[in-house]
Design a binder for this molecule. Structure first.
Ligand code: AMP
Length: 276
């Protein structure tokens, strides 16, 4: 595995590669969820490029950029057997002095995470567009764990004609259902236990759906009821929305997304299930 940081080195090396290239963008502090994306890319492409970059522009002023967990040495050890090339650009490479160009998706980036984290998706789409331009992959791999991110990136790829296939991989979970996340390390033992309530709440709503319930408000009510049973949690939003537009539903007719953001102490966790 080659490890590069400058754009010139990346370009030179990337264009020396024959065959298909898969890109897995990450912010590092890798876990099995990230590795599942890399393995899928390994299975489907001739070459796998992983980027590790904690993108400052997708963090709000009150968010955890400075204390976002990092361990580059461990990350490199984990991906070594699965990856041809890892790109670890600095913030100066991605956003040099005088930087002033942004990519912004409109409607689908507005609700849910977009409403709670103003500017977040503008940072995400800008950095992903820059990664796509730098690496020019055939396929790029993203996790269903960040469902709205997938919807926003798909929209960007359609609107800006990126000739890249977006591959969405299922959410990897701990044995008790908690979705793997770099942020889970912030949880103490009691909070970690409480954090299973996201999975339990989504599962309860899905059970109602499978029993025939199509009233979206009833599913939102069930998720809120289960979350309320766990005193350490403070829900930020609970949603039952159209899978593509992310608009809140009254009645579920096609594919829907159940999603939520919940604070446990100072840690903000998100999770989702797809219905239908
Ligand atoms: P991050 O490093 O958090 O920006 O995540 C990098 C990529 O890994 C994104 O496409 C995420 O959606 C994906 N990812 C993060 N956690 C998981 C998980 N538990 N299962 C599957 N994919 C994940």
């Amino acid at each position: 595995m080659r490890s590069l940081s400058t754009l010139d080195e990346l370009r030179k090396t990337r264009f020396s590669l024959d065959g298909t290239v898969g890109l897995v963008p990450t912010m590092g502090f890798l876990h099995d969820g990230h590795l599942s994306l890399i393995r899928r890319a390994r299975d489907e492409c001739d070459h796998v490029i992983v980027s590790i970059f904690v993108n400052p522009t997708q963090f709000g002023p009150k968010e955890d950029l400075a204390k976002y967990p990092r361990d580059l040495e461990r990350d490199l050890r984990l991906i070594e057997p699965l990856t041809d090339l890892v790109w670890t650009p600095s913030a100066e490479i991605m956003y040099p002095t005088g930087y002033q160009t942004w990519v912004e998706v409109e409607a689908v980036a507005r609700p849910l995470e977009g409403a709670m984290r103003p500017g977040h998706f503008k940072g995400v789409t800008t950095v992903v567009a820059k990664l796509f331009n730098a690496v020019q992959p055939h396929k790029a791999y993203f996790g269903q764990k960040d469902a709205q991110q997938v919807a926003v990136i798909r929209q960007m790829v359609r609107d800006l004609n990126f000739p890249i296939e977006i591959v969405v991989c299922p959410t990897t979970r701990e044995p008790d259902g908690l979705a793997m996340s770099s942020r889970n390390v912030y949880l103490d033992a009691e909070q970690r236990q409480a954090a299973t309530v996201l999975f339990r709440s989504l599962s309860a709503a899905k059970e109602l759906f499978e029993a025939g319930e199509r009233d979206a408000e009833k599913l939102r009510g069930k998720m809120k009821e289960v979350l309320a049973s766990e005193p350490l949690t403070e829900p930020q939003y609970v949603s039952c929305a159209d899978y593509d537009t992310l608009e809140e539903l009254t009645e579920i007719k096609g594919k829907a997304l159940l999603s939520m953001a919940v604070f446990i102490g100072k840690t903000r966790l998100i999770d989702n299930f797809v219905l239908g």
